[in-house]
Design a protein. Structure first.
Length: 203
């Protein structure tokens, strides 16, 4: 099987996470995509997140209508910040017969050289790059990349996916809920919105 991995804090998960990944799954011919909520994102050490189990539950609710997308607890109970390359290597050990892909947004890909062991990641796993609003849907020239990233791409398998980018902001959702306002219509799965209101996660 071809398995995609899409990680993030998902605080909260919204349509801008789900629909581009669903489109990328089809474009890349992936059998399944695992959404991996992180308990302790290493690039957001100071930010207070909603509880990890709550973010996991919201992801489950948001993906109920997408049978090929599922939530994985690879990083959920980590006691230290977890790194993507470690999660991918663990998953490959658990699924030795599967082809494991990393899915990232275009903005994250352009910062990949700041990730832990990014050279091992690129050498060991194919990468699907999802369009993000304002980031374009085609690979930028090597001159536009950080030199370390450009050098590491030699021999790497990277495919840029022309999926529909959605300009939805998790931080705006949190801010609106904190003010007692509703998020813009259609940004969240109605089940996720009910969950947020029930547990007053951002109030």
């Amino acid at each position: 099987m071809k398995i995609g991995v899409f990680g993030g804090s998902f605080d909260p998960i919204h349509r801008g996470h789900v629909e581009p990944v669903a489109a990328a799954r089809r474009a890349l011919g992936l059998d399944r995509v695992l959404f991996v909520p992180t308990a302790r994102p290493p690039h957001k050490p100071e930010r207070r997140l909603a509880p990890a189990l709550a973010r996991y539950a919201m992801a489950e609710l948001a993906l109920l209508d997408f049978p090929e997308l599922e939530v994985a607890s690879l990083e959920l109970f980590a006691e230290r910040p977890t790194y993507t390359v470690e999660s991918l290597e663990r998953l490959r050990g658990e699924r030795p017969g599967d082809e494991i892909w990393l899915l990232v947004g275009a903005d994250s890909f352009l910062a990949l050289h700041t990730w832990r062991r990014f050279r091992d990641l690129l050498a060991g796993f194919p990468v699907g790059v999802l369009a993000r609003p304002g980031a374009g849907t085609a690979a930028p020239p090597a001159t536009a990349l950080a030199p370390e990233l450009a050098a590491a791409l030699g021999g790497a398998r990277v495919e840029w996916v022309a999926n529909p980018p959605l300009a939805i902001s998790a931080s705006e959702i949190r801010d609106r809920l904190a003010r007692g306002e509703e998020p813009p219509a259609g940004w969240l799965d109605p089940r996720v919105l009910k969950f947020l209101h029930k547990y007053r996660l951002y109030r």
